[in-house]
Ligand binder design. Structure first.
Ligand code: PMT
Length: 394
């Protein structure tokens, strides 16, 4: 798993920087090409010479090397990385990454990479618990960074608390998991839908819903990172995930046409979109004038998931506010699904618009997997674990 891979090891300025030497050594012995990038502060705690002696490679420490080298360094390291690991990561570097600041070689490399990024924080426990640090870590987590929680124990201050760099073996386990995860959907084709459809009433108004598209975009991004070829049919307008084919639609009918085309040859269709069940029968050509009453005749839209057939795995989502499991099960059966992901939208920080979600995954054999509140990317990972599991058995 590790042999032949390239790990960019970022070291920030913490007393725990000396442990990065052990990490670099174990990775090098496992056959990993370790490219070390150090912040200026890190070089005060451990010398680049120590790291380059361990890895057998030059260590990158600054932005202001000659132009030719610089242009190679931050972009080429970012592109060469199978995974970027920052260990130890200080509160400062975490804050910079959360805000997209790129004022040194390490932050530039992270901003330029498409590889997964693992962050192993190490700092004083008050700094770690500070709401701003926790908020920054949550933002990074929501964007797909893997955070390895620091351990509890004696800190540099002499006090005991949470903030010790995680054990080196735990960091290596996380690298293994990320590398493994990266390729389990390689060669697979997955279609994802996202967002709430908008059914026009007139040139100005529409019937819509509260779906932001975040759940579907998380699924599309994570599926791509795990190696799948992904088509995202979306009624939302969030920034596109890297290397995903995006097809923008507005209405349920447009979504049906786009999905029907996209699923040809697909291995799975995952519908996180909130598709309108009704649309106005007539769309007024001109803006409807204000009056004391307006009657709209609505007709049912096609049920895309129920109607589509083709031998691929069908995954539905159900946003429920009562009898969550029973209602989701009914939808799973009625639409002939392999899996349904039931969201309990009454839960705080869950469902429409939130960055996190509380879901239960139900399969067609009745098996129920109740998950705790987690980020939408983590939910995406768990749903894709199940899809990969079904595909593996076929
Ligand atoms: O977009 P976010 O803000 O991140 O919010 C995510 C979400 C809450 C919208 C998402 O997680 C979710 O639950 N989506 C499904 C919403 C829903 O309740 O769908 P439904 O019960 O109407 O439909 C069940 C399934 O059939 C869904 O997979 C839906 O995409 C599909 N469907 C529904 C109607 C229709 N005409 N055609 C369909 O294919």
């Amino acid at each position: 798993m590790l042999e032949g891979k390239t790990v960019v090891l970022g070291i920030a300025g913490s007393i725990a920087a000396y442990k990065a030497a052990d990490l670099a050594s174990k990775l090098t012995q496992a056959g990993v090409g370790v490219e070390v990038v150090m912040t200026e502060a890190a070089t005060r705690f451990i010398t680049p010479l120590t790291l380059s002696s361990i890895t057998g490679r030059p260590v990158v420490t600054g932005m202001w090397q000659p132009a030719s080298e610089f242009s190679i360094e931050h972009v080429s390291l970012a592109e060469a990385a199978d995974v970027v690991v920052i260990a130890p990561a200080t509160a400062d570097i975490i804050a910079k990454l959360a805000s997209g600041i790129a004022d040194d070689i390490l932050t530039c490399t992270v901003l330029a990479t498409r590889a997964p990024v693992i962050i192993a924080p190490a700092m004083n426990d008050n700094m770690y618990r500070n709401p701003v640090t926790q908020e920054n870590l949550s933002r990074l987590k929501a964007r797909g960074f893997v955070i390895i929680e620091p351990g509890y124990g004696r800190l540099a201050s002499g006090k005991t608390g949470t903030g010790r760099l995680a054990e080196v073996d735990r960091i290596i386990d996380a690298i293994r998991q990320v590398l493994q995860r990266k390729s389990d959907l390689a060669g697979r084709q997955i279609v994802v839908t996202a967002g709430g459809t908008r059914e026009p009433i007139d040139p100005v108004r529409y019937i819509g819903n509260r779906s932001s598209g975040k759940m579907g975009y998380a699924l599309a991004g994570v599926a791509r990172e795990r190696g799948a070829k992904v088509t995202l049919v979306t009624a939302a307008s969030l920034p596109s995930p890297a290397e995903v084919e995006v097809i923008a639609v507005e209405t349920a009918l447009q979504m049906k046409r786009a999905v029907t085309r996209a699923v040809k040859g697909a291995d799975a269709l995952i519908m996180a979109a909130a598709v309108a069940d009704y649309r106005p029968e007539e769309v007024a050509r001109a803006k409807i004038k204000k009056s004391s009453r307006l009657n709209l005749e609505l007709v049912a839209t096609p049920d895309i998931l129920a109607e589509i057939e083709g031998g691929f795995i069908k995954v539905g989502f159900a946003a429920e506010s009562e009898d969550v499991i029973a209602n989701a099960r009914k939808k799973l059966e009625a639409k002939g699904l392999d899996l349904i992901v039931a969201n309990d939208i009454t839960q705080k920080d869950s469902g429409f618009g939130a960055d996190s979600n509380k879901v239960t995954i139900i399969d067609k054999n009745g098996k129920i997997e109740d998950l705790p509140l987690m980020t939408k990317r983590e939910v995406a990972d768990r749903v894709l674990d199940r899809v990969a599991g079904i595909l593996g058995k076929r």
